[in-house]
Write a protein that binds this ligand. Structure first.
Ligand SMILES: [Zn+2]
Length: 271
């Protein structure tokens, strides 16, 4: 599933092909995504010039003169920049053709992705209104995390994976950040000290930042006209390493299940 780093990499990859370009045509081959693609999408976009490509959580927002185009990659979606004669693959559902002669092409086998039109302030849209701060933004800091955890008995891992608390911290990144911070995933959120919250904010930023930096190497995929667009595998310190030696102390890594998701931790390094 595309996580925040892949979405940010996608944003950076498509922005330079999209911003300032005029839409010459829109082709919707399959409107049945997670929600129906608006029937008047072509009418709204054709002839319009596209502005910046923004990201909020895992949503991409393309500025149009008259509103915003919201894109979500769902479970299996990807965007590529192709030439119009690039061979169509199965599940290539939507093309946004631009005056550069290239098309922004959405591919989504499982169709959990979304393409929606937003008028009015994005932050008031129902999909965006309830979201917590961005993990890489200035509003997510030690004091914020500390306050959000007070009197909370929920496990800290589930707390940081809650999008009302902070967006974009998926299962892998939560495990990795807790390992680097030396905090057990099952600890009650309310039991974290201020110093631990400060450390955890830093390690969340670190693991997401590393993944985005690594994703930068895949940017060429956004101009490739054939071939697959695979998501990147990060070097993992603890996730998926059940029974293997902890990279810091060589104690076997433990695995537990929290909220139907696997968590991994070192019983010595994490307290
Ligand atoms: Zn260890």
């Amino acid at each position: 599933m595309p996580e925040l780093p892949e979405v940010e990499t996608t944003r950076r990859g498509i922005e330079r092909h999209v911003t300032g370009r005029r839409v010459t045509s829109v082709i919707v081959r399959e409107p049945r995504l997670r929600w129906p693609v608006p029937g008047d999408l072509a009418e709204r976009l054709t002839g319009r010039t596209l502005g910046r490509v923004l990201r909020r959580a895992k949503y991409l927002l393309i500025e149009v003169e008259t509103g915003l185009l919201l894109l979500h990659l769902g479970m299996s979606g990807s965007l590529r920049v192709v030439t119009p004669d690039a061979p169509l693959r199965k599940h290539d559902h939507i093309d946004l053709c631009l005056d550069s002669g290239r098309c922004l092409r959405l591919h989504d086998p499982r169709r959990f992705g979304a393409v929606l039109w937003i008028e009015g302030p994005a932050q008031q849209h129902p999909l965006l209104a309830e979201l917590g701060p961005e993990p890489l933004g200035k509003d997510f800091d030690a004091e914020y995390l500390y306050r959000s955890t007070r009197k909370r008995r929920v496990a800290i891992k589930q707390h940081i994976m809650n999008s009302h608390v902070v967006v974009g911290v998926g299962n892998i990144y939560a495990s990795e950040a807790l390992f680097l911070a030396g905090i057990r995933p099952g600890r009650a959120a309310g039991r974290l000290t201020r110093a631990e919250c400060a450390r955890l904010v830093e390690t969340i930023r670190q693991v997401l930042g590393e993944a985005i930096a690594q994703g930068g190497t895949t940017l060429r995929d956004f101009v490739r006209e054939d071939g697959s667009h695979g998501y990147f595998q990060q070097h993992l310190r603890v996730y998926g390493r059940t029974g293997l030696a902890c990279i810091a102390c060589e104690t076997p890594v433990k695995q537990i299940v929290q909220g139907n998701r696997s968590s991994y931790y070192c019983p010595v390094c994490q307290r």
